[in-house]
Design a protein around this ligand. Structure first.
Ligand SMILES: [Zn+2]
Length: 424
């Protein structure tokens, strides 16, 4: 959808909200844009609650009110408990683009004059730019700087509270407060899930040590929760001896840190790129385990010499191409992920749950972190076996395809019969 078309739709919806009831007639929205700390919840989740019939006008009005609810509740604390006097608010944000809608709701909700400048719709970037330019200010305080340099001689449009809307917003806020315990409960449950995941990822990382795949702090495991859009990964440079679940770092799907006291693993960007390109992957491991890394340093695939290999990997475990000088110098970890994705352009990571990166080490994949560790362990074992086979017989041949097929299919094929059948 083009920008203009989206703007038109927003304008129509905003204007339509004016037809709604001042208190939204029992409709409450919880789409906080910020202010979770004011409400003492760790993360808001979008809920629409309605005790009466839901009309588009009231839904839209509740959505706009919701953007200001936490702000209003926070300011009430300042005003009533801390006796802070508020003269007026300078409003900034795209939400004020449609004239006399959000600005009137905000003025009425806060019972304070709202002033709009010509550039009000520029929003957050304007505020950040003002603060950035203040960094170079040597003489004035921030208050003086704003008064004398930023707002001086600016033509302002003032919006005043509308008493009926103020009353409506008071009722809306009471309804919102009833929803708050539910929001808190939900976020508690979400937190529990993330806490469990941290424990799982910690154990998977410790498995790297137990399975003799890492020395020092080499190696890392991550796991993705696609439903909650989170990646949990080992912190960078923290010793395995002292690592706890709370040391794990929680990221969003772009690799930004959401929670954690440490920096995430330095290989984070590689993990992120692989997760983005491979929805079949739920966990990723990186190691420098000796035998497999020896193949990686030699720039060689690990040949499929036997059935141990074939039970898990359909064909040779491939070694990705070397990264170019430019790829290494520009965005090394991200490019490592892209080179791995390039290697898998015609393969999925289920039938080939691992690979080598030239001159570097091993990446292994699985449905979760634990399975990825399992695959990383198998890679190390089959690399060792392959090397020994070549030493015993330099002319060793790859196992015939029909034998390899048989082993792979009996474990992973449509009619797999290896192991125990699940009791239904
Ligand atoms: Zn590495």
């Amino acid at each position: 959808m083009g920008r203009k078309k989206a703007d038109d739709i927003y304008q129509k919806l905003f204007l339509h909200s004016l037809k709604g009831d001042d208190d939204c007639h029992g409709v409450v929205a919880s789409n906080l844009l910020s202010g979770e700390h004011t409400l003492k919840i760790s993360q808001a989740c979008p809920i629409i609650y309605h005790s009466q019939e839901l009309s588009l006008a009231n839904l839209m009005k509740a959505e706009i009110y919701a953007s200001f609810t936490a702000l209003k509740m926070g300011l009430d604390i300042l005003k009533k408990k801390e006796n802070v006097h508020i003269e007026r608010f300078m409003a900034q944000g795209g939400i004020f683009k449609t004239k006399d809608v959000a600005s009137v709701y905000l003025a009425s909700g806060l019972q304070t004059k709202i002033s709009l400048m010509k550039n009000t719709v520029d929003g957050g970037p304007f505020g950040i730019a003002v603060l950035a330019s203040f960094l170079f200010e040597k003489q004035l305080t921030l208050k003086e700087y704003l008064k004398k340099k930023v707002f001086a001689k600016k033509k302002l449009t003032n919006i005043l509270p509308v008493p009926d809307i103020t009353t409506g917003i008071e009722t809306y806020e009471q309804n919102f407060r009833k929803l708050l315990p539910l929001l808190k409960d939900l976020t508690k449950q979400e937190n529990k899930k993330i806490q469990n995941l941290k424990e799982i990822v910690l154990q998977a990382n410790l498995d790297l040590v137990r399975n003799h795949l890492v020395l020092f702090t080499w190696g890392n495991v991550s796991q993705i929760d696609r439903e909650h859009k989170r990646i949990i990964i080992k912190p960078s440079g923290v010793s395995y001896d002292y690592m706890t679940a709370d040391d794990m770092v929680v990221l969003d799907l772009d690799g930004n840190v959401i929670e954690g006291k440490y920096r995430p693993s330095s290989d984070t960007k590689t993990h992120v790129e692989i997760y983005k390109a491979h929805p079949e992957v739920g966990g990723i491991v990186h190691t420098h385990s000796t035998y497999a890394t020896a193949f990686a340093q030699a720039g060689r695939d690990i040949p499929a010499y036997g059935t141990t290999h074939a039970d898990y990997f359909y064909g040779d475990i491939p070694c990705a191409r070397e990264l170019t000088k430019k790829e290494i110098e520009s965005d090394y970890e991200k490019n490592t992920g892209l080179v791995i994705n390039e290697l898998f352009h015609d393969k999925d990571m289920k039938s080939m749950p691992g690979c080598l990166v030239s001159h570097h080490g091993v990446f292994a994949f699985g449905k979760d972190g634990q399975e990825a560790v399992y695959h990383a362990t198998v890679i190390e074992e089959v690399a060792k076996m392959a090397l020994l086979s070549e030493q015993i017989n330099p002319k060793v041949q790859k196992a015939p395809t029909y034998l390899m097929d048989k082993h792979y299919q009996r474990k992973h094929g449509k009619n797999a019969y290896y192991g125990q059948t699940k009791k239904g």
